[in-house]
Design a protein around this ligand. Structure first.
Ligand code: ADP
Ligand code: MG
Length: 208
């Protein structure tokens, strides 16, 4: 996977966030402050502009720019968390021109570690980690099993979707939704839903 692949991934995320913007905001209206869709849409719009202006030459440089832009442009919890995720993935890729499936898996694990270092959420706390961790695990398992990239990214995307759906019965222990206590039960976590979009976009681009 080269710089073009990662640029296509980011374009696909931006399009998915745009089309699911109101849905993400509705999820956040139920257990937060109704800004998650708007936050991410603003962030990825800024990301597209930053990429067009700088045209980074490696996957690592591209992802570091994505991360820095999200940190700068997205208020709220999700900006620094997603920003850190993309930056850590970019740093893990160094200045390589091509990234293998195994390296992508390592990079996504570094991204997840960054999110957890910053946000201190564990699986089951009803956050983006509940989609990210199973997706990263599914990809790591697929790499160990020697599965083809398209199939591996399919597994990661469905694990993220299942992880997001599985946040519905959970009580939030991190972030704004945790202020609701037991009233956070019965709603899908918006950040877990947007993480499923990220992995869904990866599957879409790999399937081309
Ligand atoms: P805010 O909560 O500041 O309004 P957003 O609405 O953009 O920010 O994002 C909310 C999402 O951020 C939550 O649904 C959750 O998935 C994620 N989140 C919040 N706090 C944490 C945390 N400590 N660790 C991981 N994810 C978190
Ligand atoms: Mg919010």
């Amino acid at each position: 996977m080269n710089t073009q692949f990662f640029a296509a991934w980011i374009e696909e995320i931006a399009a998915a966030v745009r089309s699911r913007r109101d849905h993400l905001t509705q999820l956040d209206a139920a257990i937060g402050d109704a800004d998650h869709g708007a936050n991410l849409d603003r962030g990825f719009t800024a990301v597209r502009e930053a990429l067009a202006a700088a045209s980074p030459q490696t996957p690592g440089a591209l992802l570091v720019l994505v991360g820095s832009t999200l940190i700068r442009k997205v208020g709220g919890a999700s900006g620094p968390l997603y920003g850190t995720a993309f930056r850590e993935m970019g740093k893990a890729f160094g200045d390589a021109a091509e990234v293998s499936l195994a390296e992508l898996s390592t990079g996504l694990n570094a991204a997840l570690s960054g999110v957890q270092r910053l946000g201190a959420a564990a699986e089951g706390d009803k956050t983006m980690v509940d989609a990210f961790a199973p997706a990263a695990d599914a990809l790591a398992q697929a790499v160990r099993d020697g599965v083809k990239p398209q199939e591996a990214l399919e597994a990661a995307a469905s694990a993220a979707e299942q992880g997001a759906k599985a946040t519905v019965p959970l009580q939030a222990r991190k972030g704004r939704a945790s202020y609701l206590g037991p009233r956070s039960v019965g709603h899908e976590d918006p950040g877990a839903a947007s993480t499923a979009l990220l992995f869904g976009a990866l599957r879409t681009v790999a399937a081309r």
